[in-house]
Design a binder for this molecule. Structure first.
Ligand code: M6R
Length: 361
């Protein structure tokens, strides 16, 4: 039940510190990762990650982690494209399928395509008894608990946690991460539930911004590095439940076309923790402001101190260990979509034209 919340989505957003804590306790119980020994990434030439929708954006974030933390080349694709393009896949590879429901038709078909071709198929699922879980060689539950809202929230952050844990294991298996670096990243992941609590405390400012976003025709999300797929996820969430047209772009791609869309009426949401790419993102943000775009800058205290001058609005986030910022910044993206939909009066938990689980192709 909704436990006092107005919508399942609100409840599921609020549950994230707890369910992420549960997943952490399961996958990172002590000094090492709790993953099957048979999942040995050491000799792999490639990892293929396939999913749909929000689960695909989780894979897109994870690609940055597998490449930087484990030096493992990654291929990512949406399942509906992957399954029909007859992709060649090296035998020395794992194929990983991410699905909340475990019943998405295209993702299941992509898994079947890979089964005889790769060393191992791995399912990252919420529903442990699902078809995708049953048909994969290894099934890893994300432990998010039942997700009712059509817009996926807690499943996304729990998917990211399991994928981050896999990337850390791959980093150790492949000799890419020192024991010290591994321990530092584990500590970083363990800090997330506390940071999430801080980010969720008092979402009044988000609700106030949402009143304004609800009047927009088009909204853009910008991010760089692993924050780019989060920009895509933020835009998807907003489209799904508020029916406002939204697009996510890689910050550096803006000047190659989308900047033509910018005028005074377009809110541009910039997802920019104060990381090594911050200055580059800020210079793209200033290009938007020079065209009178209304920038909402989401960053930490350092980032806001450095770059908030002249923006329309800001949202302050706690500082977060760099690679895992997408897990924390998912929360303001979800809250903005939620409050904008509430301001518009749409059906948040059952948006038009959408089903929780897409079992037809
Ligand atoms: O159950 P799955 O994770 O396989 O579902 C994939 C997508 O249909 C799903 O993530 C969809 O994009 C959500 N409604 C997004 O909020």
């Amino acid at each position: 039940e909704k436990a006092g919340y107005k919508h399942f989505m609100a409840k599921e957003i609020a549950e994230q510190p707890v369910v992420l804590g549960d997943a952490l306790a399961h996958y990172l119980p002590g000094d090492t990762v709790n993953l099957p020994e048979t999942l040995d990434f050491s000799g792999l030439e490639r990892l293929t990650l396939v999913a749909c929708g929000t689960a695909f954006y989780a894979c897109s974030v994870a690609k940055y982690w597998f490449e930087t933390l484990a030096g493992l080349p990654c291929e990512i694709d949406v399942a509906s494209e992957f399954r029909y393009r007859e992709p060649p896949i090296p035998a020395k590879s794992f194929a990983l399928f991410v699905s909340q429901s475990g019943e998405t038709a295209d993702t299941l078909a992509a898994l079947r395509y890979c089964r005889e071709k790769v060393a191992k198929t791995v399912a990252v699922v919420n529903v442990a008894t699902s078809s995708i879980a049953r048909e994969a060689d290894v099934a890893l539950p994300i432990l998010a608990g039942v997700e009712v809202g059509v817009a996926s929230t807690k499943a996304f952050t729990c998917q990211l946690l399991v994928l981050a844990t896999l990337a850390l294991k791959a980093g150790r298996d492949r000799g890419h991460l020192s024991a010290e670096a591994f321990a530092a990243h584990v500590a970083g992941l363990r800090s997330l539930p506390g940071l999430m609590n801080a980010a969720l405390a008092g979402d009044g400012p988000v609700a106030a911004l949402a009143e304004r976003l609800a009047e927009a025709q088009d909204i853009l999300f910008l991010g760089r590095g692993p924050m780019f797929p989060l920009a895509l996820e933020g835009a998807l969430k907003l489209k799904e439940i508020s029916y406002i047209h939204a697009e996510g772009y890689a910050s550096g791609e803006l000047k190659h076309g989308p900047i033509a869309l910018i005028d005074r009426s377009v809110p541009v949401i910039v997802l920019a923790p104060h990381d090594r790419l911050f200055d580059k993102t800020v210079s793209n943000m200033q290009e938007v402001m020079a065209r009178h775009g209304q920038v909402l800058l989401i960053s930490d205290a350092k980032g806001l101190a450095a770059a908030a001058e002249g923006v329309w609005a800001t949202l302050k986030m706690p500082e977060v260990p760099e690679p895992f910022a997408p897990i924390l910044y998912a929360l303001p993206a979800q809250l903005l979509a939620y409050h904008t939909a509430v301001a518009k009066g749409t059906d948040v938990d059952q948006p038009r034209n959408l089903a929780k689980s897409v079992t037809v192709e």
